[in-house]
Each structure stands twice: as structure tokens, then as C-alpha cells.
Design a binder for this molecule. Sequence first.
Ligand SMILES: Nc1ncnc2c1ncn2[C@@H]1O[C@H](COP(=O)(O)OP(=O)(O)O)[C@@H](O)[C@H]1O
Ligand SMILES: O=C(CO)[C@H](O)[C@H](O)COP(=O)(O)O
Length: 551
Amino acid sequence: MLGGDQEPGCCYVGVDVGTGSVRAALVDQRGVLLAFADQPIHKWEPEFNHHEQSSEDIWAACCVVTKKVVQGIDLNRIRGLGFDATCSLVVLDKQFHPVPVNHEGDSHRNIIMWLDHRAVSQVHRINETKHSVLQYVGGVMSVEMQAPKLLWLKENLRETCWDKAGHFFDLPDFLSWKATGVTARSLCSLVCKWTYSAEKGWDDSFWKMIGLEDFVADNYSKIGNQVLPPGASLGNGLTPEAARDLGLPAGIAVAASLIDAHAGGLGVIGADVRGHGLACERQPVTSRLAVICGTSSCHMGISKDPIFVPGVWGPYFSAMVPEFWLNEGGQSVTGKLIDHMVQGHAAFSELQAKATARCQSVYAYLNSHLDLIKKAQPVGFLTVDLHVWPDFHGNRSPLADLTLKGMVTGLKLSQDLDDLAILYLATVQAIAFGTRLIIEAMQAAGHSISTLFLCGGLSKNPLFVQMHADITGMPVVLSQEVESVLVGAAILGACASGDFASVQEAMARMSKVGKVVFPRLEDKRYYDKKYQVFLKLVEHQKEYAAIMKGD
Ligand SMILES: Nc1ncnc2c1ncn2[C@@H]1O[C@H](COP(=O)(O)OP(=O)(O)O)[C@@H](O)[C@H]1O
Ligand SMILES: O=C(CO)[C@H](O)[C@H](O)COP(=O)(O)O
């Protein structure tokens, strides 16, 4: 499994649990990936908008990939281990066994995934309280956060789940507990998804007001009353049992974790950009926006002082880069939306057959097909009369409206491969327009962003990257290591080991610029016009809803 001609030296293991798979990497002190492995994980959708996973399945996948990346290496070189994961809710009983989060009572499925939208009524009631903690989630709590999901469990699965539960973990914290036996939570997960304040701690009045006073009564023992900064070393390090599971030495340092998007942020935002002709070379780090694009996209901007952006999560203190405030914009489905549009099209089987024949991914095939049909014009111009509004799973930012739906205008009677390719292009563009809308909201509130740093699965798609540059008008920086989220996880392990004095120092040493993609400014007028249509789409959708509501 070892690749490259690395020199022997200290290295770190990073484990990244995404929505669809678990990845691990062995990373050296320069941030170079020496080995990589991935493994798919199970997902269940027992009913519409209910998404569940299994903590045992995920841990087993972590063990498989970790064993693979350290195969054949001198284990004494491994100094630390860091985890990141999606912000899904894990439920365990008092003996730390899985508890079902479903009506079927299947305890294997003990995770409510981040994209689960079952708690709609609960989140409406939480937002109606107008409690002051809501100021720190963009003014409106998302159904994807933990408080509404906890309330749903109390109201719907009182006996089978709520009364039995002894521990509610964010998935990143579950992993660090599993590795060390330490139940301390990361400041990242508690601040971003659980309303914890880095400065003031838990707010009793919030939990009492929403009907979850149980947590206050037992001093938050079920959701975390010991909180550590990401990268802090946990307990006595890796337990002998976890060491056996993972194939690592017992006692190596294990870090307090990060949510996956935040690990991606650490993996890219601190890179040395000198020599690439970027404006941000002369600007503070706060001019950089990390965009982590996987199943969803997350837009991570930092600031020295708190900035309140309506509809954008945060400001969160020290939740990603220590001592900086974080605002997190997001689009709930991006990679998942592209897959949905492509796989649901009548020409998908033809596409699959043709891509397989060429040993290409369907995306690489579609990109080359678009190049073929665009003729002399820029590829983006193929969608002059086809427009998409991408909120098929509601709008996370900046409209913070989970009732919004997807829209497509400009459909024809044909459904061939050309149509599929152009619909795919319009979807990619719609996602980039969504990013532009988020950036505009952040700029209007006081951010000063000049450069995008993209990572995640979608950053492997050159069309997706170019469209983000063209449509936002900003250069896009790609890292030397494609798997930058894993570099972020390894940075945590490196910090926990004590090999770096601070997260900032590890970031500067371990994240590296690979390639810069500049916007095609000559196409700006076209994209400005398409953006006008984009904004009209949502305006019209709201008008339709109002008409249908009226008498
Ligand atoms: N090589 C690739 N080319 C184009 N798109 C890709 C590629 N690999 C992954 N993707 C896209 O990225 C998405 C998954 O990204 P990933 O970061 O693996 O997700 P997650 O972290 O949520 O599991 C997929 O939905 C797919 O659309
Ligand atoms: O809410 C989030 C971060 O705050 C992420 O969207 C969620 O964790 C899923 O990430 P991914 O799309 O990488 O699987």
C-alpha cells in the first residue's frame, strides 16, 4: 500500500467518514499522502426523508481502511490519529450499545444521518422560540442540526429509544470515544450542531424552552459536559482494544475530532500561496473561502471578529481554526444532486455503457461529450435556455428554507445523451450559482472573500471547478493532495502528538497548493444573465406557493 519515495519519518493517520464512504490515509509531516484506502458504508432510507446508518458498520469500515494504509510500514513511525466525520447523530445506551432510531426497532440502525429531514415540526417549534442561541446559527436553526432530531426521538420513540439512551454523540465524537474510551466532545461538533457556546457553555434556558430539560437535569452528561478543542490529545491515547481493531500501536495520540467539512477547511485554508499570482497572497487568511464539495457543499469563511450573516450558520468561535470565528454556508445536496439528475435520466444506461467501454467515469465521459457538442462556443453557453434551481432537498444557505424544491426550465421532448449532458451541465452551473449567492450574502455582512479553496469528491471534476471560477468570478485553488479532508484529519493527529505547536503551524506545514483555476472573465456577461434567471426561479417558486396557498 505504500506509494512514492518518502523518507522514513513521523507520520499520522487521518480517517474521514463521509456520507457514502470511509477513507483513511497515512500522511507525512509535509502533508504528503503515503497511502490511501476507502470503503463504502451502508445507508438506509426506510421512508422518505429518513436517513439512517450504523455506528458498528462505520467503525468496522474505519478498521478496514486503517489497517490497509499502515500495511507494511514501521508502526513506530505513526505518531497520531485524527478522525473527522459527517455531523450525524449516534445513539447508544448506558452500556454503550446501539439504540434504534427507527419505528422498526432495528438497533443496528442507530444513527440519524445529517441529511435526515424527519424533524420538520420540531425545528419549526424551536425556531418559533426565537431563543438567543439561534443568533449563532444564522438566525434560523436547520432541521439538519441535533436539537430537532433529539426532540423528535423524545416525541416519537420515547420508550424504545429516548428512555434507553445513555449517550448521544455527534459521529466525529463517537469515533474518538471508540478509539480512546474518552467521552469528551469536540468543541467543533458541540458549537456547530448542538448550540454550545465556546465562551458561555450550554444555555439551560434553551433546552428547557424546547422541552429537552432532561439534559439540564443531569448536567448534560448524555450530550457532553467535557469539551476539548479539535486536535487536543484525548486521555491515554489509543486503547489496546481499539489498537487491535485498527492495526495500530496502543497508546498513540488520538485527537479530539472535527466535522468533515471543517477538516477539509483545515486541510486547505492555511496553504502557502506565494508564487501563484493570487490576490490573497497579499491579503489576510480571512479572504479565503474553503468550499468542501462532496454529497453536500460547505462554504467555510473565517473572521477575527464575529460576523452575523442571515441564513449562514455561525458565527462559531474556534470551531475550525483556533481563535477565529467561523461562518458556514452550505448546500444540502450537490454531489448527490448531480448523481440524482444523471442517474435518473432516460439516457443513463447508454451513458454508463459508453463510459465503461472507454474505462472512464460517467462524469469524465459527460465532460468530454460536452466538449464535443459545444463546437466553437464556450461549453457553459450550451445552457442558454436550460436553467436549474438546485434546492431539491431544501435550501440550507442563505435562504434557510427547507420547503424550497428543485426546478428545471427549458425541457424538450428529446431525451438523448446530448440532453443528459446539457442537463448535467445546467445542474453543475446551478450549484455554482448557489455558491455565488452564499458568497454575496457573506460579503454583504462583512466578509471580504477573494479566493476559493475547493476540496472533496466534486473538486475532482474539472467542469465543476471551472464553473465555480467562472460563475463566482474568483480563482479556485486546488490542493496538491486531492484528498485534502484527510490531510485535515491527519493535521489533528499531528497536533495531538505534540509534533506541532499549534493547529495553525500544522496547517501551514501540511497544506499545499496544487493548481489554480482562474475565471474566464470574457464569459462574465453570459453568467451574469444566467444568474438573473437563477434568482427569478426562486422568486417565482415562492409566488407559486403563495398562489396555491391563497383562497
Ligand atoms: N472522480 C470524480 N469525478 C467527478 N465527480 C466525482 C468524482 N468522484 C466523486 N465525485 C462526486 O463527488 C461526490 C462524492 O464526494 P465525496 O467527497 O466522496 O462525498 P462524501 O464525503 O459525502 O462521501 C459524488 O456524489 C460524485 O458526484
Ligand atoms: O453539515 C455538514 C457540515 O457541517 C456536512 O454537509 C455534512 O457533514 C455532510 O458532509 P459530506 O457532504 O462531506 O458528506
